[in-house]
Design a protein around this ligand. Structure first.
Ligand SMILES: Cc1cc2nc3c(=O)[nH]c(=O)nc-3n(C[C@H](O)[C@H](O)[C@H](O)COP(=O)(O)OP(=O)(O)OC[C@H]3O[C@@H](n4cnc5c(N)ncnc54)[C@H](O)[C@@H]3O)c2cc1C
Length: 264
């Protein structure tokens, strides 16, 4: 296809949402993944790696042992875990702050933007804190409710919204988004949901925020094998805040670990 700036290039979306990508990977390793296991300690003494975790369903503490560990826990959490690693790696983990993001989903009784405004998917931008609203690109012309992405924020606005209750975030998104559809937006609204990534306990932020100075001082230490542990994830890549970076870093981590194991 000829690509021009006036022509939207083809985009694919996973059926059922982005979460299906992780689930599809999960299927390939069925039986090998222990879900609901919150890691609290990583020890690498005695020629092995011992990971202590809380089994969330039962609340009981358990351990598991292996020769090596590829650790994909985001840095903001890893910095608070009891981690047996070199001072250099621990300093690298602590040196990288995370950005934040907030999204608000708003369910509307009907897809009035299609019927009344001929809007089919896409984004409307605003200079208000919500930054944008985005219309569903699937289920076009279908009856019944539709969910609008009512806010997608980074930077200071995202922290302001993260400090609100979910109900306040939804009310703010409704108020600000109503500029695009006066009279219809609030009247059609039924229910909403809001996520502030800085408050999600399993990410504590959106993505790692490297800069030139931290890359120079800490990056090579962060991605190096530390005795029997190697880190992987978007934070251990140069394609930060992107799934591609997370995936490539895992391949890189395995290659480094394999090399280290052969040397041992
Ligand atoms: C709002 C938002 C929009 C984004 N949009 C895009 C996009 O359009 N395109 C794109 O490519 N990327 C996007 N990204 C980035 C993408 O989601 C990440 O780069 C990717 O998920 C990082 O993968 P990861 O494996 O490094 O970390 P994660 O996916 O965060 O995985 C880390 C895992 O560690 C687990 N964990 C945390 N603590 C513990 C613990 N103590 N014990 C056990 N497990 C633990 C977590 O539960 C989680 O499963 C977006 C991110 C956000 C937040």
């Amino acid at each position: 296809m000829h690509m021009e700036n006036q022509h939207q290039t083809t985009m694919f979306q996973p059926v059922g949402g982005m979460g299906m990508i992780g689930k599809a990977f999960g299927k390939q390793v069925e039986g090998l993944v222990r879900y609901g296991a919150k890691v609290t300690k990583i020890d690498q003494s005695g020629g092995a790696v011992t990971v202590t975790y809380t089994d969330i369903a039962s609340g009981s503490e358990r351990t598991t042992k292996a020769d090596y560990c590829v650790c994909t826990i985001p840095l903001g959490i890893l910095s608070q875990i009891d981690l047996d690693a070199s001072a250099g790696l621990r300093a690298a983990i602590a040196a990288v702050p995370y950005s934040n993001s907030v999204k608000v989903g708003l369910e509307m009784k009907t897809r009035f933007w299609e019927e009344e405004n001929a809007i089919y998917g896409g984004i409307s931008f605003t200079d208000q804190p919500i930054s944008m609203i985005s219309y569903p690109s699937g289920g076009l012309h279908s009856d019944g409710p539709g969910v609008i992405l009512g806010a997608y924020m980074y930077g200071p606005s995202s922290y302001r919204f993260a400090g609100m209750t979910p109900e306040q975030r939804i009310a703010g998104a409704l108020e600000q988004g109503a500029v695009f559809h006066p009279g219809r937006y609030k009247e059609q609204f039924t229910t909403g949901a809001a996520v502030a990534w800085s408050r999600v306990p399993f990410t504590l932020g959106c993505c790692a925020q490297w800069n030139e100075a931290t890359r120079k001082e800490h990056y090579q230490t962060l991605v190096a094998v530390d005795d029997r542990i190697v880190l992987a994830g978007e934070h251990a890549s140069y394609i930060g805040c992107w799934m591609e970076g997370a995936l490539l870093s895992s391949l890189d981590a395995i290659t480094r670990l394999h090399k280290r194991a052969l040397e041992a």
